[in-house]
Design a protein around this ligand. Sequence first.
Ligand SMILES: *[C@@H]1O[C@H](CO)[C@@H](O)[C@H](O)[C@H]1NC(C)=O
Ligand SMILES: *[C@@H]1O[C@H](CO)[C@@H](O)[C@H](O)[C@H]1NC(C)=O
Ligand SMILES: *[C@@H]1O[C@H](CO)[C@@H](O)[C@H](O)[C@H]1NC(C)=O
Ligand SMILES: *[C@@H]1O[C@H](CO)[C@@H](O)[C@H](O)[C@H]1NC(C)=O
Length: 403
Amino acid sequence: MCSPAPGLCRVMVLVAAALVSASVAAWEGGREEGVQYGQVGADVVLSCTDAHGRSGVEWRRDGAAALPEGSVLQNGDLVLHRAVLASTGAYSCHDGKGQILCSVSLQLGYLPGIPSVACRASDYENFSCSWTPGLETFLPTRYITTYRAKNSPAGLCVQDPARPRSCTVHKCEFWSSYRLNVTEVNPLGSRYRLLDVTMQAIIKPDPPEGLVVEPVPWAPRRLRVRWQYPASWPKEPHFQLKFRLQYRPIVHGSWSMVETVNLSEVITDAFSGLEHVVQVGAKDFLDAGNWSEWSAEVRATPETDILTMPRAEATAATSPEQLAEEPSLAPNAGPIEDRSDSLEKAAILVSLGIFAFFLLAVVLAIAVLVWLRRRKTSKDETQKHDFLAAAVHMKALPKAQIL
Ligand SMILES: *[C@@H]1O[C@H](CO)[C@@H](O)[C@H](O)[C@H]1NC(C)=O
Ligand SMILES: *[C@@H]1O[C@H](CO)[C@@H](O)[C@H](O)[C@H]1NC(C)=O
Ligand SMILES: *[C@@H]1O[C@H](CO)[C@@H](O)[C@H](O)[C@H]1NC(C)=O
Ligand SMILES: *[C@@H]1O[C@H](CO)[C@@H](O)[C@H](O)[C@H]1NC(C)=O
């Protein structure tokens, strides 16, 4: 059976397995004219009906007479026993005079493997799945991606040509479960992978955006941090995010972390004068799914502590070391968010004043106590004296007067 084009013949690839005839039918990508597909390891027959019964028929590969090892001519057809990948090429069949009777491009490859599929939701309404093929088939491949929610008809997981090997299911219900079917199809056959997906399990927001880190005036241990929702997560009362912050001085290795539901936070245990690096991540408010990736790093340096500067040490003779050694003196425990931080330094001075006052009070109290004790002893002595005098006096009185 020849095609209208002169010298171009429809060549059939017959592979032993019945499977292949079925799978070739499944390849709706279209049979290209003059292209045939074969399975590596199977016997592949290149057939040319025009050559049947003729003498002097000859097959060539890429125009040369050298044919793959193990190939035999059978009544004008070329049979490749246990075809190998390297036998891929352009074959042509010639009559005794060298005229082309048919030509075919043979592409050899493998049946599809089962793809690996992973899904992720970066908002609460849509989820995307991406996959990797189970094996390299060397053949043109396409994917059929469908899903089925409980008690609903099958829907299409939409593939975007701009993002190959991925698809998106739109307008999902957050609490429903979906069964995804990713089917890999090539001219030899198809294989599918099923994956059960729930939004709660796969939700993973994009990182928060617009991270800003600023020093707080007069507060050497503080950094004020703010950020915004990721643009892919429309703000809605029922679907909120919580956040976590990680930060460290760039010269240190280990991160500190705080969690918040707010879009800002004040770091209260930063190191004065050291440059810090800060990142923020997001997660569904009700703890569904996973934390986002960390946002890009932002750096900032808290104010230098003026109290520990040399000048201050020289003038304030009483307590700068105490302040430096005892961070608990600084009132920085607990999340103080809205209070004006610029008063912190004043607060430290006030607490120092209170401390000094307290010390003075204790000294005074001791002095008073000592004084009181002295007074009491002298009083006791006087009392003893009086008592003796009274006794003597009593003794001196006549008996009748005592009774
Ligand atoms: C889901 O995707 C649609 C279409 O891309 C978009 O209009 C919609 O805003 C998305 N939903 C959410 C919650 O982001
Ligand atoms: C998966 O999809 C393919 C292609 O649409 C279909 O042939 C196959 O039957 C489906 N498998 C299941 C279990 O639904
Ligand atoms: C979040 O901010 C509000 C006020 O804006 C505050 O009352 C609340 O304590 C903050 N929550 C946390 C966890 O910081
Ligand atoms: C989500 O977290 C779980 C365990 O907490 C982990 O097994 C899974 O791989 C994570 N998924 C993604 C997409 O990071």
